[in-house]
Write a protein that binds this ligand. Structure first.
Ligand code: FDA
Length: 305
């Protein structure tokens, strides 16, 4: 039953009619538990509140699977606007983005032009940019673009997903080049031909990737709410004496805030991924797919809307 619900929400996540509808009607169905509003002002307020608790942020102006060039350029401009807002509010935040938001599905060159413009602005403000990892069909293209950018920018990070069979080899190669990486389990619907179908295998692969990347020169962002993996990471960090500028724990806005605060109080670097904007629908569906118990929030949202 849980697997059927998971598949259902992951299919809904890419439904174009629903995406258009959601943009027109604004945050609904309890999505504001996971999304910090639709405006840059609401996002910066959420960042400032987390910073007050000793927690850093990575801000994501929501958007993905863009099929129109003008829309991709507008999304890139919005990323720069977000960087400007972070800088002028003097808050502690990096920027996260998706390459399909910047035109990866339209033309590689358009996407590269957009991401370079964003990285130039980020470099001027001394801010980091993280390239999120999307579904498997975009994985190789994303890593190729990341490698190209990492050769000329020192403020760019990307993401590796533990559910993919290929990921351990990717982490080894990236660790060797000293790249900074966010490790996640993976949030998309992938076939057994490319991804582990069993959660235990995904968790096992996560720990193997962590073991490889933690001692490498790049930053390891341990992005999970899984307490067993977090405890394992804490022990490995203590045993290997990993410096605080070489690792951080990352979690999503609105998920396990108790754990976020506890880790920060223990003195660990913690960063929360804060999404904002009107393109909230796909992101929200993936959060429901991860934990169908969240459907309760949807039902409450329907009743109150
Ligand atoms: P797992 O799913 O095993 O959950 C462990 C525990 O966390 C659960 O028992 C529950 O308590 C809590 N939990 C997890 N999800 C929840 C939810 N939706 N609602 C309520 N509680 C929940 N993925 C991707 O493919 N590309 C990317 O670029 C990113 N980027 C990213 C950034 C950051 C900062 C994080 C934390 C995660 C991502 N992800 C991602 C998402 C990631 O792949 C994964 O889907 C989620 O983190 C959920 O997996 P966990 O590691 O938390 O483990």
């Amino acid at each position: 039953m849980e697997e059927a619900l998971r598949s259902f929400f992951l299919r809904l996540a890419q439904n174009q009619a629903m995406i258009g509808w959601a943009k027109r009607y604004g945050l609904r169905f309890g999505a504001n538990r996971f999304v910090a509003g639709e405006t840059i002002e609401s996002a910066i307020a959420a960042v400032a509140e987390l910073n007050r608790q000793g927690i850093a942020v990575t801000l994501d102006h929501l958007g993905e699977f863009v099929a129109d060039e003008a829309e991709a350029r507008a999304a890139a401009d919005y990323c720069v606007k977000t960087l400007e807002a972070i800088h002028s509010a003097s808050v502690d935040s990096s920027l996260s983005l998706k390459l399909t938001q910047l035109g990866l599905d339209i033309r590689r060159e358009l996407c590269l032009e957009n991401i370079r413009m964003i990285l130039d602005a980020a470099s001027a403000y001394k801010l980091w940019v993280n390239i999120d990892m999307e579904d498997f069909s975009r994985c190789q293209a994303t890593l190729d673009i990341f490698r190209e950018l990492a050769a000329s920018y020192d403020n760019v990070q990307t993401v590796i997903q533990a559910y993919l069979y290929r990921s351990l080899d990717d982490v080894k190669a990236l660790a060797e080049m000293g790249a900074s990486i966010r490790l996640v389990k993976g949030a998309y619907k992938e076939p057994e031909t490319v991804a582990y179908p069993d959660k235990a295998d995904v968790d096992g692969n996560y720990v193997r990737m962590l073991d490889v990347h933690l001692p490498s020169p790049g930053l390891t962002s341990i992005a999970t709410h899984d307490e067993q993996i977090i405890d394992y990471a804490k022990r490995a960090i203590a045993k290997q004496g990993i410096a605080k500028d070489k690792y951080e724990f990352q979690m999503l806005y609105g998920i396990r805030t108790d754990l976020q605060q506890a880790l920060a109080k223990e003195g660990h670097p913690v960063r929360v991924y804060v999404p904002y904007g009107d393109d909230w629908y796909g992101y929200f569906m993936r959060r429901l797919a991860e934990r169908p118990a969240n459907v309760e929030f949807v039902l409450k949202g329907v009743i109150h809307s």
